[in-house]
Design a protein around this ligand. Structure first.
Ligand code: SF4
Length: 417
């Protein structure tokens, strides 16, 4: 038995469709309430993670027509931008491309800039022109008519966990120098919520599939770089004007700032095959464990080890705080979310759990551990995916499908993973 998108769209329009988040499906499966194709029409999936393959394209008027010939270099809030590709000769206009991983300094990069723009903060554009002048302008997103965010490699079906068999070292895969000698692990991936876990053969997700990127409507362009049938990922884009700040941002690693991006993808349950993928439990989702030093695989764990029986958010016991002058948790927090007197700014917190490792008296969370083949557990010391906000995004997508403000769409071309 197969169903069509048109059929499901019609059920949504008539108010008869069963639209569930991936988390809700899991709970119903455990109760035995979802077993057949007709039990669910659309599953809303989501992921929020540190995603390096992110860039933004901006195009806007910088100065009066004829006031300069061309831009040759540019920075926005100090973050280096690439000028072009259009030269915009004598138009007073600039086209700029900013990488999410570009850095102004050790604590601020492209990801921070994207969030500041979406939060409607004023940013400073500094442009060097071909005649050697510098033009500066303060600007907000509402004065940038074209602002699109692109992903070159996003939303892996399952990413990896990392451990370190060698000495401590700085890396984009940890917010502090990576703990040595297998004493800690970091990982990415939202487990059962991940979009491609629910459609690994890309039966419903293809070119032109409508999605939410950082909360804004966008589209899948194709598979991303390094996509393979075993571990597919996606590329896509969305308009930044409609994005929601809490789903994006910068994440400071021990090798410099990285970029956080979120995706929510509707998966229409068109076939038994898609349903079987949706029903797959967390313990059946492989999580390759890699050595951070060599980037070589060591063994394969599963996502139940890091997402079952853990705390998705950190609790704060402020009465245990000794108010240390140099608070290691505050200094190391990749989001700058720890404030004094001790508290967590939840609008910034990524739920990475690092503070609970560095100061367990004050910050409490169970993060789980990754079992090695010899049966020992390597404790998780950093999460680079935020499942709590991915769940929120999946709920937002569900609501928008049901109230008709988000239309599920058939892809215009199938992808091969
Ligand atoms: S969990 Fe702790 S360390 Fe991580 S972002 Fe939140 S406050 Fe910062």
């Amino acid at each position: 038995m197969r169903r069509s998108i048109v059929e499901i769209e019609e059920r949504i329009r008539r108010g008869e469709a069963t639209v569930l988040t991936a988390e809700e499906v899991r709970a119903l499966v455990d109760e035995g309430a979802v077993t057949e194709l007709q039990d669910v029409d659309v599953v809303t999936t989501a992921t929020r993670a540190v995603m390096s393959g992110t860039y933004a394209v901006f195009s806007f008027r910088l100065a009066e027509r004829g006031s300069f010939s061309r831009a040759v270099s540019a920075r926005i809030n100090g973050v280096p931008a690439h000028v072009g590709p259009c030269p915009n000769e004598r138009l007073g206009h600039v086209d700029l491309i900013v990488f999410g991983t570009a850095h102004r300094d050790e604590r601020y990069g492209g990801g921070h800039l994207f969030r500041d723009l979406v939060a409607r903060k004023s940013v400073c554009v500094d442009v060097e022109t071909s005649d050697g002048r510098c033009i500066s302008r303060d600007i907000t997103l509402d004065e940038i008519p074209h602002a699109r965010l692109f992903g070159t490699r996003h939303a892996f079906m399952n990413y990896s966990a990392f451990v370190n068999t060698g000495d401590a070292q700085s890396t984009i895969f940890h917010a502090i120098p990576f703990p040595p000698a297998m004493s800690g692990a970091s990982f990415s991936g939202c487990g059962i919520l991940n979009p491609l876990k629910n459609d690994p053969l890309l039966e419903t997700i293809g070119v032109g599939t409508r999605v939410l990127i950082n909360g804004a409507e966008g589209f899948v362009i194709g598979t991303g770089t390094r996509s393979t049938p075993e571990r597919p990922n996606l590329s896509g884009f969305a308009d930044m004007h409609q994005m929601i700040p809490e789903f994006m941002g910068g994440f400071v690693t021990s090798a410099g700032p990285e970029c956080i991006t979120s995706w929510a993808v509707p998966v229409p349950v068109l076939s038994r095959y898609v349903l079987d993928a949706v029903l797959l439990p967390e313990k059946s989702i492989p999580m390759p464990v890699m050595d951070i030093s060599t980037r070589s695989p060591l063994w394969v764990a599963d996502y139940a080890q890091v997402w079952q029986d853990v705390d998705l958010a950190v609790r704060v016991r402020s009465d245990s705080c000794r108010d240390c002058r140099d608070c290691i948790a505050e200094i190391s927090c990749p989001m700058g979310a720890i404030k004094r007197p001790v508290r967590i700014d939840r609008s910034l917190c990524f739920n990475c759990g690092l503070c609970s490792v560095l100061c367990p008296d004050v910050f409490r969370a169970r993060l789980g551990s990754i079992r090695s083949p010899d049966g020992l557990g390597v404790p998780v010391t950093l999460r680079q995916s935020d499942r709590l906000r991915a769940m929120k995004l999946a709920r937002i997508l569900k609501k928008r499908i049901l109230d008709g403000s988000f239309r599920i769409s058939a892809c215009v071309e199938r992808l091969s993973p």
